[in-house]
Design a binder for this molecule. Structure first.
Ligand code: ZN
Length: 141
């Protein structure tokens, strides 16, 4: 029994230590995430300026941009209708309400093809990237 009573304060101490360590770990991860995300963003931005042939940075130059594909598709979207139920009684409050519903609407899906060229005249490599873009609407209007 003596061993147990000796052990309990230690147990509390270790528990506290563990909690503190966990707290520091979470804090560290949060700070790391905050410092890393702009870094990752910058790296991906920087990598995009790279020429795939000579691997040089800041070599990308836009030559041409064209719509390579444009089609109308149907998508089901969630809509929320807002409304107010006005009460005829002066003392009663008006009630706002929301109705969730699904609706099938026309979407225009566009694909852009960008043509890039390396700024380095010795390389002059050309390559293409594609960008997708979707918005609600119709090709007729
Ligand atoms: Zn190049």
């Amino acid at each position: 029994m003596k061993l147990f009573t000796d052990f309990v304060p230690h147990l509390l101490f270790y528990g506290f230590l563990l909690l503190a360590a966990l707290f520091v770990l979470v804090l560290l991860l949060w700070v790391l995430g905050l410092t890393f995300s702009p870094f990752v963003w910058l790296t991906t931005k920087l990598l995009k300026t790279r020429c795939p042939e000579c691997k040089g940075f800041f070599k990308r130059k836009l030559v041409d941009s064209e719509t390579s594909d444009k089609r109308e598709v149907l998508r089901t979207v969630n809509r929320v209708d807002h409304g107010v139920l006005y009460s005829n009684n002066l003392l009663a409050l008006n009630h706002g309400f929301e109705i969730n519903r699904q609706e099938q609407v026309a979407f225009v899906e566009e694909t852009f093809t960008h043509t890039w060229q390396c700024k380095d005249p010795a390389c002059g490599h050309k390559w293409q990237t594609q960008e997708f873009h979707g918005y609600e609407g119709s090709l007729d209007s």
